[in-house]
Design a protein around this ligand. Structure first.
Ligand code: F6P
Length: 335
């Protein structure tokens, strides 16, 4: 059996553990199979750029952040029908039986389109998809995407460093978090560090009330702003500064962006184990001639949830990226 692996979208810690699990499981369970890495993500699939992987190639990478295969963004893939057809043909012409993908919601959408072309044209390759994104915005009612907990770990460390300075100087810090349209990363990192306020996408912030809360504080105040919120960290800072001036509040405000620092570095144990378990399970399913599907799981040993790609990509029930009210109540209760 001939297998390919693609890492798509923004890199996320755990992608390398996924690659390793697929290569090792495939070559150990069925030594006659071959495993190929798609170089630079979707770009490699468009150009037909594949690299054969041995067990040795995946030595020592299990906890490394980023992806050893690379991942380039190809925004035009979303609408370019020729490009999508070309990918389906490239997979078929190279005799790939299965393509394993780990990526975010953009990659999931692309995987679904290519899978439907493959089915329509009666081509060879089946696609198995695992969620890999620090944003936790991939079909997220079925657990957490690989990389999400690693990014929370990094965020937590940064937020604690900022607490030191904020507290020493009696300052207010506006801290921007990645996460695109999803507020999960900002929200969970905020809960983990005990931030004073977390602004999530779509929130109607009562800035006067927020200023009342800040005014009562003795030392540090950390306000986390999710990337998907309509205002940037700088705009939030300007609003607060204005209100401080009007009300003669003397606290200093600083602003900082955690951004790309959240995305890189060592993977969290949870992400390593989840990626490894899913990779292993997907290989076993492929060797049993399974159909295409979206895979997720909670922990090692739990049977993965497998749903059709078109359900994972379209169904509103599985794609809600709004933070559930219960989690908001939970965060407020801990404040
Ligand atoms: O999807 C992961 C992510 O890090 C988002 O949180 C962020 O909006 C985006 O990627 C940044 O993308 P790029 O690396 O292309 O600038």
């Amino acid at each position: 059996m001939k297998l390919a692996i693609l890492t798509g979208g923004g890199d996320s810690p755990g992608m390398n553990a996924f690659i390793r699990a697929i290569v090792r499981s495939a070559l150990n369970i069925k030594p006659s199979s071959s495993v190929w890495g798609v170089v630079d993500g979707w770009r490699g699939l468009i150009d037909g750029n594949f690299r054969k992987l041995s067990k040795k190639d995946t030595a020592g990478i299990v906890h490394q952040g980023g992806t050893i295969l690379g991942t380039l963004r190809v925004p035009e893939l979303k609408d370019d029908k020729d490009m999508q057809d070309g990918i389906a043909m490239n997979l078929h012409d190279n005799f790939f039986d299965y393509l394993f993908i780990i990526g975010g919601n953009g990659s999931l959408a692309a995987a679904n389109v290519i899978d439907s072309i493959i089915k329509k044209k009666g081509l060879r390759t089946k696609i198995l998809f695992a969620p890999g994104s620090i944003d936790n915005d991939v079909c997220n009612n079925f657990g957490f995407s690989i990389g999400f907990y690693s990014a929370i770990d990094k965020s937590l460390e940064m937020l604690e460093w900022i607490r030191d300075t904020a507290s020493s100087h009696r300052r207010v810090y506006i801290i921007e978090s990645m996460g695109r349209d999803s507020g999960y990363l900002a929200f969970f990192a905020g809960i983990a560090t005990g931030a004073e306020y977390i602004i999530r996408p779509g929130e109607n912030v009562d800035f006067d009330k927020l200023v009342n809360m800040i005014a009562e504080r003795e030392r540090d105040t950390r306000i986390i702003v999710a990337e998907g919120y309509e205002k940037s960290g700088e705009e939030v800072r300007d609003i607060l500064e204005d209100l401080f001036n009007k009300r003669n509040i003397k606290h200093e405000i600083r602003q900082v962006d955690m951004g790309y620092f959240q995305r890189g570095g060592k993977a969290a144990v949870k992400d390593i184990l989840q990626a490894s378990w899913l990779g292993y399970y997907m290989v076993k399913d492929a060797f049993n001639s399974c159909g295409s599907g979206f895979y997720s799981c909670f922990y090692v040993g739990s049977k993965p949830f497998v749903i059709p790609l078109e359900k994972a990509v379209n169904d509103e029930n599985v794609n809600t990226i709004e933070i559930p009210q219960e989690i908001i109540d939970f965060a407020l209760a801990l404040r």
